[in-house]
Design a protein around this ligand. Structure first.
Ligand code: HEC
Length: 176
């Protein structure tokens, strides 16, 4: 009797981590015109110690809901421009008088948008209702292997935002 060959089925296992951990650019789309329509509330060097600085912008919805201790409302959008520091001829990063690096090349534009995403955006890839998007300096989706939610998730007391206090202070002083 002939023995039928045994076919070993190899299953295609997904690599650990989610493909959407570095943002969902199909849902959190690039906010065209944010430099005119949004308000810049913070300029600071990055916490990662690299010679980089950021400008962070908020749309009106984010600013208006930033007045209290409450989390921001739906429709809030935050945009963070990440700049490499300008360098002198010797390759040293230049700083302004206040200690922030002078902005050189715009390396990336990170976006957070708060919506009731539902099943479209799996909760495991979001921070609460915040979805993520990551773009290059020209506003095109920027492939990356970052785990956005992994870093923002621990900040449950501050609506998952690193710049929560700065945003609240800015909104309060502005009288929103
Ligand atoms: C390694 C940790 C880490 C990862 C990963 C990370 N972030 Fe952040 N994020 C930060 C920190 C720290 C700040 C405060 C600014 C700074 O120091 O860079 C920040 C600030 C932000 C802000 C400004 C609002 C706020 O929270 O203050 C946005 C928008 C943002 N991140 C989006 C993203 C997106 C999109 C991704 C994924 C593509 C991402 N982040 C991945 C640590 C992280």
């Amino acid at each position: 009797m002939r023995v039928a060959p045994v076919h070993i089925m190899l299953c295609c296992l997904l690599a650990a981590g989610s493909a959407a951990a570095g943002g969902r650019m199909d849902l959190v789309v690039f906010p065209d015109g944010y430099q005119e329509d949004f308000t810049r509330y913070l300029t600071t060097n990055r916490a990662n110690g690299k010679a980089q600085m950021v400008h962070i912008y908020a749309n009106d919805g984010a600013l208006h809901s930033a007045d209290e201790t409450q989390p921001l409302g739906q429709g809030a959008i935050l945009v963070m421009e990440i700049y490499k520091a300008e360098e002198n001829a010797e390759g040293n990063a230049l700083k302004a008088a206040d200690g922030t690096y002078k902005p050189g090349k715009l390396a990336a534009i990170a976006v957070m948008e708060k919506r009731d995403w539902g099943h479209r955006y799996p909760a495991v890839d979001r921070s609460g209702h915040w979805g993520f998007g990551f773009y290059d300096g020209a506003g095109q989706p920027k492939p990356n292997d970052l785990d956005c939610a992994g870093c923002h998730n621990p900040l449950t007391e501050h609506d998952y935002l690193f710049s929560w206090s700065a945003l609240k202070d800015f909104a309060r002083n502005r009288g929103d």
